[in-house]
Design a protein around this ligand. Structure first.
Ligand code: SF4
Length: 254
């Protein structure tokens, strides 16, 4: 993206902050770690792209302009964790390990975030990407992931991959954003269809289908037995009532 189109898309910014009223207590941190950072009174702009390398490019362009909106960038623990043992994990295992350590107050990088936010209230005034944030976190011994989660509540512009906006779980974790007062920009929005389809899809392993078919067959067999034993005329036990179930089992088997 060139400077002029960035200027056109983002417009002018004021970095004035409402010093008195719009402060927050960090919900990601425990109560005794609460921190206060002045919050912008303007609607937040969320610039979303498919990949982090695309976001990195836009941030690189922002660095070369004179615009200095307060900014933040979101990423995953896989990209931001600076604790060696957790860093090696992936996906859910990594998230659970991090949650557990934080809950038990066993990750010093997490414990240092509150102090970091208090002492660096200007963070975000100069543009940075994820790699920059990880370097800052390493230097200051504070978790970059949780710094970014705190920072999202007070920035003018937030850079985030699509999935933070599309996935309901990710979206609801961004508790600092007033969605009714936010400007969303989707870069290369033609990718959105497939990303939305992915977010709304799930894997159905064949073992689940096999188990469903087995249970459905068992239901039909039980009804046949019950009807034979009781010579029941009750329509509820008529195996024919289960013809739909039969159809489903046949369909699944094929
Ligand atoms: S708090 Fe940060 S550094 Fe600590 S385990 Fe979690 S992601 Fe890693």
């Amino acid at each position: 993206m060139c400077h002029t189109s960035l200027e056109k898309d983002i417009g002018d910014f004021s970095l004035k902050v409402d010093e008195g009223q719009n402060c927050f207590s960090g919900s990601q941190l425990s109560d005794n770690q609460s921190t206060e950072v002045p919050k912008s009174k303007f609607p937040i702009i969320i610039y979303s792209s498919r990949t982090h390398s695309q976001l990195k490019q836009v941030i690189r362009e922002l660095k070369t302009t004179n615009y200095r909106p307060r900014m933040g960038v979101l990423g995953s623990r896989e990209q931001m964790c600076i604790r060696d043992d957790v860093r090696q994990l992936r996906g859910r295992a990594q998230n659970v390990a991090c949650h557990t350590l934080c809950k038990r107050r066993k990750c010093r990088h997490h414990l240092n975030v509150s102090e970091f936010m208090k002492n660096h209230q200007d963070i975000g005034n100069d543009p940075f990407d994820i790699e920059d944030l990880v370097k800052i976190g390493r230097t200051k011994d504070a978790c970059p992931y949780y710094i970014s989660r705190e920072l999202h509540k007070v920035v003018d512009i937030l850079f985030a991959p699509y999935n933070y906006l599309i996935d309901p779980g990710n979206r609801s974790s961004l508790s600092g954003i007033s969605w009714s007062n936010a400007v969303l920009i989707f870069d290369e929005a033609h990718n959105l269809d497939s990303i939305c389809a992915d977010a709304a899809s799930f894997d159905l392993p064949s073992s689940y289908l096999t188990a469903c078919i087995a249970e459905a067959k068992e239901c039909i067999d039980l009804c046949i037995e019950k009807r034979a034993l009781e010579r029941a005329t009750d329509k509820r036990h008529d195996p024919e009532t289960y013809s739909i179930l039969r159809g489903v089992t046949c369909y699944n088997q094929n």
